[in-house]
Design a protein around this ligand. Sequence first.
Ligand code: F6P
Length: 377
Amino acid sequence: MSTRKPKRIGILTAGGDSPGLNAAIRAVGKAAIGTHGWQVIGFRDGFLGLVENRWEELYKDGLSGILTVGGTVLGTSREKPHRMKIKGETRDLTGTIVANCRKLRLDALVCIGGGGTHKNALRLVEKGLPIITLPKTIDNDVALTDATIGFDTALGIATEAVDRLHSTAHSHHRIILAEIMGHRAGWLALGAGIAGGADVILLPEIPYDAKNVAAAIARRSQRGLNFSIVAVAEGALPREDAAAFAVAKRYLEHARDAHEKARAKEEIAALEARHSGHSLRLAKQLEQLTGLESRVSILGYVQRGGTPSAVDRLLGTRLGTACVDFIAAGQFGIMVAARGDGVKAVPIKDVAGCLKTVPPNHQWVEAARRVGTCLGD
Ligand code: F6P
């Protein structure tokens, strides 16, 4: 009989919620408790729960019935350990997190999250915590993994929206712009645009010219098709804005002192503020350029809500159970990545700060062009 003490592991979800998180929590919990007899505790609201010591033990029975539920039963937040807002004050509470993990005698801490979570996780790895991460985000922009938990569900929702917008655009002879989430990556807009048969797809990775979009719409009108659907990523940029962002980012990279750095950051913030509402501005421009009435549907948080798809439940379950195997093998400082039908442990340091954007020559981009979709370039 083994005399080894059962492990105690913690789990949290951080960043924006996404469908399939509960499948992953359930998988980690059931495999850890059921296969190994470990104790599992769930922290509330991401890293905030770790700082505030808000957690509860997860039992096998309590993990039943959550597989099909959207969101995260643990709650989430975008709080960063090194810049945590507590009672109106911003403080570095990394030390508190390390101390709390040690007090709780955690053998492992599983952090399920996207780009921000990986940067935060790396800071904790560097402080010596035994961290292991799982990739989730509807944006699909986490490096070194084929897929992220939540993307497939959001893709289905956005595709259905693009489908539905067709009939109303057709009936009213309108241009309808569907603004699709994805932050600085165009995966969701590109995937839903292709699957939903959008006539134009605009991505952050391919700066657009409104005149090119209008010309594509005009060509459709000449063919007797006087309606069009534009799938526009929330981060899509007109050429001139993309150029201004590039200049500001270069300025930030080469800033020689704190003053220059602050100025570059201010410039980026101003550009970001100007960017909000860009779909509405583009709709107006297209109306003027084509003479067709234009409308905008911002799909927003609907894309993140509700029942996870079978693919996301499967992905959450695969990554969650594999995560427990890596913990059992004593492998930390890694993200459990999806690779083909299998999984791969990749160092968190290789993931943190690396955004996976759409390569302009990606096969999805080529496929969209081949079926005659305008990409605005
Ligand atoms: O990262 C997921 C995401 O939904 C992005 O697509 C979007 O830009 C962002 O989160 C919205 O963030 P918040 O939930 O903080 O408004």
